[in-house]
Design a binder for this molecule. Structure first.
Ligand code: NAG
Ligand code: NAG
Ligand code: NAG
Ligand code: NAG
Ligand code: NAG
Ligand code: NAG
Ligand code: ZN
Ligand code: ZN
Length: 598
């Protein structure tokens, strides 16, 4: 989960407001045009726009079709690009964005100014240097979940080698040896400014910090171990987790960290503070887990500006190359030297853990639609998917099995559709050797199943999303341990651990009471985790409401606020649909599932 870039978020609200009112106000385009014309002439912002919008906000009818939304997006983006191209300098653009943000965004002036300050240079670089940037391109990428389309989008593809004739069985002999213990940690979102007792219900996009002032009432005081409000993780909760892991589990064979270290304070990040938080956490991992092999990947929150991964050939001051440089040096305590070249080139790598066991660690954040650089260049950023095919082709030849680590789960609705379709194609082709995927990012405990493209009833690959340690937003903190067959690398079972945050916060002098929320096989009535059993599971899920209610509850780790939201029949059907949605287009379809009319 993340806070999208300023530009997109406030445009989203802008557009929603405009669209909501188009039935009554036929002169909306005129209002914007006039405003921009006036800006160009006077270089000052008038109050017409504010007044017009304030009127519009009063209109209750918020029902809007995607089509209308996309048309309005085109309109607003056209004005922004035109204003810059007509000669507006940086100061004028900043003024324009400040005006828009203050008018439309709900998070107040401080966050508005912070976001603009951090993102403006990249925004202008892209408008100025991608000369053929069209409004359709911007809206199709930035508002993919609204299904906006770009008729001129280049349908890039990644080439695949032909299928091998002698495909080996999906399930080679199971190991007699005891399973490998794998610890899966994800999405810590460490907030160095977290202050127990501070205001947890504040008016900026992340609370529970000293600067948020005192709480208005006792229930709004930030909890000691964390808070269900819009808050991230205090350091002492992270060190408590480390102590608990050492005490409760003797050893792990492997550890996966699937990204997002930095807090959601995206409007106020600095490179130096991100570097500091990242270094502190890796140092702690090193101290806690000593020589245990650990495989980290990047999240969308590690860079500054948040979400932005610039192409390798952009070398001006807006480049984010520093994040790859940092990881190359931080990760070398766990990774062999051969990984350095690809980490520097794009933040991804591969390691042969032991004979026949390969880990492929991706930087899937490049596909995230809040990565503004997609507007500049979206064709297989860093040639990562091409590299993935090369690595898998060689692994297949060498008879290896593979675990894929990726921050963004397959089919995430905010992952560029083109990227997800190419990734899916790769997984289909190499399904026999890709044994499992491990993900984070959504902060939800989730399962994603790839279906055989020629037989939709059959499951051919599985992705495990471990939830998050951060409570952002409304979750209980969690971690996971997997039993992995030492030969086949299959996940034989997993245990999901959490604590009740309400209970933990009732006594700060006592450590939180960690407990096992559930085991995978047991909770879902599985004899084993073979694809046949998972195929059967998806069938049972679509028929058994109780089973899906449990899936929903576990998504939020049985936290009271998450469970209290409830999940009606339409919601449950969306959840089932989402499990087999491994392309963004499928996730969009799931999202659009309508209430059954009976
Ligand atoms: C990491 O931990 C190992 C083993 O405890 C120690 O020898 C090493 O100095 C540590 N490295 C860093 C960079 O902290
Ligand atoms: C970077 O590469 C892309 C794709 O090849 C190209 O369109 C763009 O102009 C290049 N940018 C720079 C600054 O060289
Ligand atoms: C969590 O703890 C609170 C306080 O003890 C309790 O009221 C609540 O029922 C607990 N929630 C669950 C799901 O056990
Ligand atoms: C997995 O469990 C199913 C029953 O659900 C059984 O039919 C099948 O033989 C089992 N497969 C393996 C490899 O244990
Ligand atoms: C539905 O799932 C629940 C929870 O796992 C289980 O107890 C129950 O037996 C299932 N019902 C049917 C009809 O399979
Ligand atoms: C999204 O747009 C595409 C192309 O216009 C269309 O084929 C598809 O049905 C739409 N999907 C949804 C869920 O609206
Ligand atoms: Zn996250
Ligand atoms: Zn994330």
């Amino acid at each position: 989960m993340q806070i999208a870039s300023l530009i997109f978020l406030f445009l989203a609200s802008t557009i929603t407001v405009f669209v909501a009112s188009t039935h009554t106000y036929n002169d909306i385009p005129q209002i914007i045009s006039n405003e921009v014309r006036e800006l160009k002439v006077t270089k000052k912002i008038s109050h017409n726009l504010t007044r017009a919008v304030n009127d519009l906000v009063k209109i209750k009818d918020k029902k809007t079709s995607n089509h209308l939304f996309c048309q309005t997006c085109d309109l607003v983006i056209r004005q922004i690009i035109a204003y810059r191209r007509s000669g507006a300098n940086k100061e004028s653009m900043v003024a324009f964005f400040r005006k828009l943000c203050r008018t439309f965004a709900t998070w107040g002036g401080v966050a508005c100014d912070g976001y603009i300050n951090i993102e403006i240079d990249t925004v202008l670089y892209i408008i100025d240097n991608r000369k053929d940037l069209t409004v359709h391109r911007v809206c199709a990428i930035a508002f993919q979940p609204k299904n906006c389309t770009d008729p001129n989008a280049h349908k890039w593809t990644v080439d695949l080698p032909p299928k091998r004739k002698t495909v080996k069985t999906h399930h080679p002999s199971h190991s007699e040896a005891s399973p490998l213990k794998v610890l899966h940690l994800t999405d810590f979102h460490y907030d160095p400014l977290y202050e127990p007792g501070s205001n947890a219900a504040c008016n900026v996009p992340l609370c529970c910090q000293k600067s948020n002032g005192p709480p208005s009432k006792a229930t709004n005081a930030a909890g000691y171990w964390g808070d269900y409000h819009v808050c991230d993780t205090p350091w002492h909760s992270i060190t408590e987790l480390m102590t608990h892991l050492k005490d409760a589990h003797k050893t792990f064979d492997l550890i996966y960290y699937t990204g997002d270290i930095v807090s959601h304070r995206s409007w106020a990040t600095t490179k130096d503070e991100n570097v500091k938080a990242i270094k502190e956490l890796f140092q702690l991992f090193n101290k806690t887990f000593k020589a245990t092999p650990l495989y980290p990947i990047l999240g969308n929150h590690e860079p500054h500006p948040t979400d932005f991964y610039s192409p390798g050939n952009v070398t001006s001051k807006v480049s984010t190359q520093w994040i790859f440089d940092l990881m190359a040096s931080e990760w070398k305590r766990w990774l062999p030297d051969e990984t350095k070249a690809t980490i520097l080139a794009g933040g991804y790598y591969t390691v042969l853990v032991k004979p026949k066991f390969r880990i492929i660690a991706l930087n899937s954040n490049v596909c995230f639609i809040s990565n503004l650089w997609l507007l500049y260049h979206d064709e297989d950023p860093y040639d990562q998917l091409k590299w993935l095919v090369d690595v898998l082709t060689k692994a297949e030849k060498d008879g290896e099995k593979v675990h894929i680590l990726s921050h963004i789960p397959p089919g995430e609705i905010q992952c560029l559709q083109r990227w997800t379709s190419q990734f899916r194609k790769i997984v289909d082709r190499f399904a026999p050797i890709i044994v499992a995927h491990f993900n984070g990012h959504t902060h939800l405990d989730e399962l994603r199943l790839f279906r055989d493209p020629t037989n939709h009833k059959k499951i051919i690959n599985v992705a495990y999303n471990a939830g998050s340690f951060t409570t952002f937003v409304g979750f209980n903190p969690n971690y996971r341990t997997y039993d992995v067959d030492a030969n086949t690398l299959e996940v034989l079972d997993y245990d999901h651990y959490t604590y009740n945050l309400t209970k933990a916060n009732q006594n700060k002098d006592k450590d939180p009471e960690w407990y096992k929320l559930y085991s995978f096989k047991d909770a879902y009535g599985l004899k084993n985790t073979t694809y046949d059993s998972l195929t059967d599971l998806i069938g049972r899920m679509s028929r058994n409401r109780t089973l899906m209610q449990q899936y929903f509850r576990y998504q939020g780790r049985d936290s009271d606020p998450y469970t209290a939201q409830g999940c009606d029949d339409t919601c449950l059907r969306k959840l089932v649909c989402g499990i087999t949605a491994v392309e963004a287009s499928e996730s969009i379809q799931c999202q659009n599932i309508k209430k059954r009319t009976t």
